[in-house]
Ligand binder design. Structure first.
Ligand code: SAM
Length: 302
């Protein structure tokens, strides 16, 4: 089992897997995928940009019999250009394909089809009109995201859902430009926005939006606002404090003692690492999961 500094290994719950997959997006993924499954929609799943597997592990539970799940990531490989390489070195230096696969197999019996390399390989590997759900969460550079959106459009079946991450983060203007360009000039229709992701389709979004609005209005843990922009109905969602993620089964290691990899070796980081490691071990081994999670979240914010 590969140890990544500061992370709980092996993961016992989805929350133990490092990544960026907010609770509201977990609720929305579950809703969009369940809706397709209930309607009898069949098609493959695709995620571009998996990091250590948090959203991929979640998506992997939705593969129905006969459907394929494909993921693509650079992992520890080189990017094709300096800007993408700089982004990878800065933000994803602990990532390897092995860590992703170990995390994934903690929750699932088999791996998805793993494409190691830049997302530009996706169109050659994924059949046109084969997917019902595509999550784009890879490079933040305009040219890459523009092409990833093009690949998603090609890969999706009619009525398929695309989810575009980081479409409005302060540090990712290239994603914003590519996403809104696709809305204004390439036929992408927004279904809804979460804080981090835009959910869209290349079909009429009206029916799915109406169902989504009914679902959200029935919940008390989600703020809703509706605006019009350039002829699009924009449904904006924001979680209220206390929103719970959909239940997700624990990993096969749920009852095993955890290892916490040491933090990096600067003196300050090392001492912070030691105390947080001790607290995490104590929390993981002795306390009920809800308290463990609270302590872990507190430590990772500090
Ligand atoms: C924000 S992370 C993905 C987060 C993940 N979906 C989660 O739930 O935590 C972005 C990922 O995209 C990968 N990536 C960056 N540039 C890429 C590219 N050009 N092609 C494929 N993957 C890329 C990185 O290696 C990293 O794992």
């Amino acid at each position: 089992m590969t140890l990544v500094p500061g992370t709980i290994r092996p993961p016992r719950r989805l929350d133990d897997v490092p990544g960026w997959f907010p609770v509201l997006d977990q609720v929305l993924f579950e809703w969009f995928l369940d809706r397709q499954e209930t309607a009898g929609t069949r098609g493959d799943l695709l995620e571009v940009g998996v990091y250590m597997g948090k959203s991929a592990i979640f998506l992997g539970r939705h593969g129905q019999d006969g459907e394929n799940f494909t993921v693509c990531d650079l992992f520890e490989g080189d990017a094709l250009d300096d800007a993408n390489q700089a982004e990878s070195t800065k933000s994803y230096s602990a990532l390897t394909q092995q860590v992703f696969e170990e995390n994934y197999l903690a929750f699932h019996d088999t791996l998805p089809r793993v494409l190691k390399g830049p997302s530009s390989i996706v169109p050659d590997k994924v059949d046109p009109a084969s997917c019902r759900f595509v999550h784009i969460d890879a490079s933040h550079l305009y040219e890459h995201v523009r092409d990833d959106i093009g690949a998603a459009r090609e890969a999706l079946l009619p009525g398929g859902i695309v989810v575009l991450d980081d479409f409005r983060s302060e540090h990712t203007p290239g994603v914003s430009v590519a996403v809104w360009e696709a809305v204004l000039t390439r036929g992408l229709r927004p279904i809804c926005l979460s804080t981090q992701k835009l959910y869209g389709t290349w079909e009429d979004p009206g029916p799915v939006q109406d169902e989504l609005l009914a679902m959200v209005r029935g919940r008390e843990d989600c703020n809703l606002s509706i605006q019009q922009a350039a002829g699009h109905r924009i449904v904006r969602l924001k979680s209220k404090k206390g929103m719970q993620a959909p239940p997700f089964p624990p990993s096969r290691f749920a009852h095993r003692a955890v290892e916490v990899a040491p933090e990096p070796a600067t003196a300050k980081a090392a001492s912070r690492g030691r105390s947080s490691t001790r607290a995490r071990r104590f929390a993981a081994d002795l306390l009920p999961p809800i308290l463990t999670r609270a302590i872990r979240n507190g430590l990772s914010r500090s």
